[in-house]
Design a protein around this ligand. Sequence first.
Ligand code: KIV
Length: 297
Amino acid sequence: MSTMRNITVPADASRLPVTLPRLAEKKRLGEPVVMVTAYDYPSALAVDKAGVDVVLVGDSGAMTVLGYPSTVAVELDELLVLAKAVRRGLTTPFMVADLPFGSYEVSDEQAVTTAFRFIKESGADAVKLEGGGETSVARARAIVNAGIPVMGHVGLTPQTSTALGGYRAQGRTAEAAAEVARQSIALQDAGCFSVVFEAIPSAVAEAVCEKLDILVIGIGAGPAPDGQVLVFHDLLGIREGRGARFVQRYADILDEMVAGVGAYADDVRARRYPGPDHGYSIPDEELATFRKTLADA
Ligand code: KIV
C-alpha cells in the first residue's frame, strides 16, 4: 500500500488563506489589498468567490441590512449574528469584525470581552474599532495585549459623526491633518496591524502613509493607501442614492432586484406563474382514489 498522502495543490496560490504575514508581504511588495464589507451568507459567498483579501463585517450593516438610520444604535448581538453568517460563507479571506459603538469604550475589560466574543463566537480573525483618541488607543492596546489582532479607523468615524459635525471629510486643515497623523501613529504604537483612513484628503493620506509601517486601507483617501475598502451595498448599487463621493458603483443590483420581483409579481397576477414545469405530479390512479376519498368524506 502506498504511504503517499493525497495532497491537493491549490490551482491558484492566491487562493491560500489570507493571513497577517501574507497581508504584510503584500504591503512590502506593493500589491494592493482588496477589502470589502459583507453582512450575511450570500454576500460572503460573493466576495469570497470574487477573491477579495479582507472581508469586514462592518457596523455599516446597521444601515445597509438592518435599516437603522446610522451605525450608532446597532447592538453587539445583532452584529454577532451577521458575523457568524459571513464566516459560514468565507473560505480564504481574512475576516475582520467591527466593534459596535458602546461595546468597547467603557473600559479595557469591556473592549477585550467584546473582542473575544467576536473571535470565539463568530470566528472573526481580527476586530476593528473606531477613533485614534486616548480611549480608542488604550482599548486597541488592551485587545492586542489579549492576543487579538486589531484594525484601527481614523478620519471620518461614523460612530462619532455627531461629534465630528456630520458625515464629512476630515483632516482638511493643517491641524486636523496632523491629528490624523498623530492618531494613526498612536494606533500603530498600540500594536494595531492596520488602520483604515476614511474620507481624508488624498495628499494627507499619502503623507501619513509614509510615516506608517502598518497596512493602511483607504476609503475616500485617494490611491496612496496599501489597499481599498468599499461597502458591498455601495459598490453593487443595493441602495437608493449614490452615497459618498468616493463610492464607485460597479453594478445596479437594487434595480435588478426590483425588476426581478416586479416580473414575478406580474406573472403571478397574470397567472403565468407557476407554469406546468413548476408542479409535481401524482399517478392518475392515486389521484382518482384520493378524489374518491375526498368525495366520500
Ligand atoms: O462599517 C464599515 O463599513 C466601515 C468601513 C467603511 C471601513 O467601517
